[in-house]
Design a protein around this ligand. Structure first.
Ligand code: ZN
Length: 203
């Protein structure tokens, strides 16, 4: 099952957020990993990225960084970029803004970055406008659905092949939930993207 990528209306709600970032004269993509860092998955991802000489952006959960500072340090030491993904992976529209912003600020004590990605890809408009003052908000245009039990590893790879275009921001997860799909689809996606002539950039 292939899914629709973010509809126009949704993009219109969050002005200034990055969904795609084409660079003139260059065929680029941006690989991003959400929800880590965790010892079970993140080091494996880092080894794959090293093997293909690819740099990526990791949207980290503050609580994971707090629990696994060594894994977080590994991400930075290997030349990758990090972003804030709140402290407890909370959903903006289910929380009062004060609590949401506080949770994000808590994460910022552990994650030094001016990038923010809201968990589940949504937040209240007021939360967006407050966070926009301090952060570049980074969404995506290719969600692989690697975390979904309803997706097969092959379908996850197909999502990358079907939806990626110049400047795409692609989301994988360095999480236990996504492990099976991501471990299959991520390296194959990199190989396919390289064959298509894409270069990998940091946001
Ligand atoms: Zn997330």
């Amino acid at each position: 099952m292939l899914i629709e990528q973010p509809p126009k209306l949704y993009r219109w709600l969050f002005p200034g957020a990055i969904w795609r970032k084409p660079v003139e004269g260059k065929k680029t993509v941006y690989l991003t990993f959400d929800d880590g860092p965790i010892p079970e998955i993140t080091p494996w991802v880092l080894d794959v990225l090293d093997k293909y000489d690819v740099k990526a952006t990791f949207f980290c959960v503050g609580d994971n960084v707090h629990k696994y500072p060594d894994i977080y340090k590994m991400v930075l030491d290997r030349g990758h970029q990090v972003g804030n993904h709140t402290f407890n992976h909370i959903q903006g529209i289910r929380k009062f803004s004060k609590r949401y912003l506080h949770n994000t600020m808590l994460a910022s004590r552990h994650i030094e970055s001016n990038l923010f990605r809201p968990p589940h890809g949504h937040m209240r408009i007021s939360q967006f406008f407050t966070l926009r003052r301090k952060y570049q908000i980074v969404m995506w245009d290719v969600v692989t659905r690697d975390y979904s039990k309803r997706m097969t590893p092959e379908q996850v790879l197909d999502n990358v092949k079907k939806y990626t275009r110049d400047g795409s921001v692609i989301v994988f997860h360095d999480s236990l939930k996504a492990e099976k799909n991501m471990k299959y689809a991520m390296p194959r996606s990199i190989e396919w993207l390289k064959e298509q002539g894409y270069t990998f950039e940091l946001i």
